[in-house]
Design a binder for this molecule. Structure first.
Ligand code: GH3
Ligand code: MG
Ligand code: MG
Length: 430
């Protein structure tokens, strides 16, 4: 073998870049961990004709390579190594949360007679053993067998993942489907309960969708479903669970969202769809949605599951439909309106309020501005105590009072509204 070939096929460690065999084809990559230069050289000599070898001088080195190099398909390791020995390396590999690493085949190099060491390595998770004097054919046969098995397992896992994703996904919109929504939202609700956090759900339904189908055709309807899904998806947060649970019905589970935040979210979605331009076959199509909102913080009672919360949201969706569509409904009676405007428990935390503001949801925190600013007063007071007075706390307090008065006025105006069904709309339109 020429020196040039050796250079091409042996990547030195750590952090070696991917190597290729001399014929230009990418060879399978295996990791050889041994503190003995002689053993490493021997294994490399025996294997590098058909494989790309990456060398590590101890267990810790080998671990670094495994984390960094996703192409490693198999590990051959010595047991007695400095820094991190072979047993601990195998233990770490098997305990890894990365399945690529935890499933990797590990072949241990031992003295043929060393039964105790073999047994211990086997218990830690070694797959096979070779002796320091194994010939090339035996070595190659073992490596190939394990490599093939590992590739089959990897393919199987990939197929399993694809199947699972298919089972959880709506084929048309690629959103979470109904079945998966209830699983995911149920887990989410459980978590929120344990942590005493807020949780809300939205029911979303496209208005007059049947008319869209009848006027522009079923394919146009499908196109609208896909486009609406994209808009909804681009407006929810990473942790929200958005799903298509029926023909033109969607649900969204909103962890950490209280009533106020979920109303703000619902309004954001309603508005995003109503201003979006939909087209199919060169024709403009007007699309709007109606939404029902239900939150755990205000509608808790004896509610145990997502289904019960959704039933409330669904009832409110129906109210929104009845009241003219392209709107949301978040309450069943007028008492809840008072709570929204003037209930301390509905006040978002300061970091929540700042996030809402960042997302252009200033409208949703206006009713609580006096509370939020009051909460920050101790900071200004502390600032004034440090050296000389820097902030006019008195003016701030006067401002807070004025904001409080304004909220009282708004409340007084709203209590003159007659229809309880209109409340959802009023809450977000003020
Ligand atoms: P509303 O405003 O009261 O919600 O009226 P609507 O017409 O949207 O509601 P309705 O329940 O009467 O009609 C829903 C329609 O959605 C009927 C059904 O044919 C259509 N639909 C259901 N699934 C699909 C689908 O996957 N693709 C298309 N194109 N249409 C669908
Ligand atoms: Mg509909
Ligand atoms: Mg419907």
């Amino acid at each position: 073998m020429s020196d040039r070939r050796k250079e091409n096929n042996v990547a030195l460690l750590p952090g070696a870049s991917k190597s290729h065999s001399s014929d230009g084809k990418s060879a399978s990559k295996i990791l050889v961990a041994d503190d003995s230069v002689t053993i490493r050289a021997g294994l490399t000599r025996a294997l590098f004709d058909e494989l790309t070898i990456v060398e590590a001088v101890n267990g810790e080195d080998a671990w670094t390579v495994l984390l960094e190099d996703e192409d490693i398909e198999l590990v051959i390791t010595d047991l007695d190594m400095p820094v991190l020995n072979g047993y601990d390396l195998i233990k770490r590999i098997r305990a890894s949360s990365i399945s690529r690493i935890s499933n990797i085949p590990v072949i241990v190099v031992t003295g043929a007679e060393d039964l105790k060491a073999k047994y211990r390595a086997f218990v830690e998770g070694a797959n096979d053993f070779i002796s320091k004097n194994s010939d090339r054919i035996e070595l190659m046969a073992r490596v190939k067998a394990h490599q093939k098995l590992a590739l089959t397992i990897r393919d199987l896992e990939a197929s399993k993942l694809i199947l699972k994703n298919q089972a959880d996904t709506d084929a048309l919109t690629k959103l979470t489907n109904r079945r998966s929504f209830f699983v995911k939202a149920g887990e989410c609700l459980g978590l929120m309960r344990r942590h005493k956090e807020h949780f809300s759900v939205l029911m979303v339904d496209i208005d007059h969708f049947k008319t869209i189908n009848d006027t522009y055709g079923h394919q146009a309807g499908d196109h609208i479903l896909v486009e609406v899904s994209k808009i909804l998806l681009s407006n929810v947060r990473t942790n929200d669970v958005l799903a298509r649970i029926g023909g033109e019905e969607f649900t969204i589970a909103l962890p950490y969202s209280n009533r106020l935040a979920s109303i703000v979210m619902a309004e954001r979605l309603r508005s995003a769809i109503s201003v979006a331009k939909f087209e199919y076959g060169g024709k403009r199509i007007t699309v709007t949605i109606s939404l029902g909102v239900a939150s755990l913080d205000k509608d808790d009672g004896d509610m145990e599951n997502v289904e019960a919360l959704l039933a409330i949201a669904d009832k409110r969706l129906y109210t929104a439909k009845r009241k003219g569509r392209n709107r949301l409904c978040a309450s069943d009676d007028r008492r809840n309106l008072d709570e929204i405007v003037d209930d301390d428990s509905a006040c978002p935390k300061i970091d929540e309020a700042l996030t809402m503001l960042e997302h252009g949801n200033g409208k949703g925190i206006v009713a609580h501005l006096h509370r939020l600013i009051r909460k920050t007063l101790p900071l200004f007071k502390l600032g004034n105590e440090i050296d000389k007075p820097l902030f006019d706390v008195q003016s701030l307090e006067a401002g807070i009072k004025e904001l409080e008065n304004e909220v009282k006025l708004v409340k007084a105006a709203e209590t003159s509204v007659d229809s309880a069904d209109e409340l959802g709309k009023i809450e977000v339109e003020k």
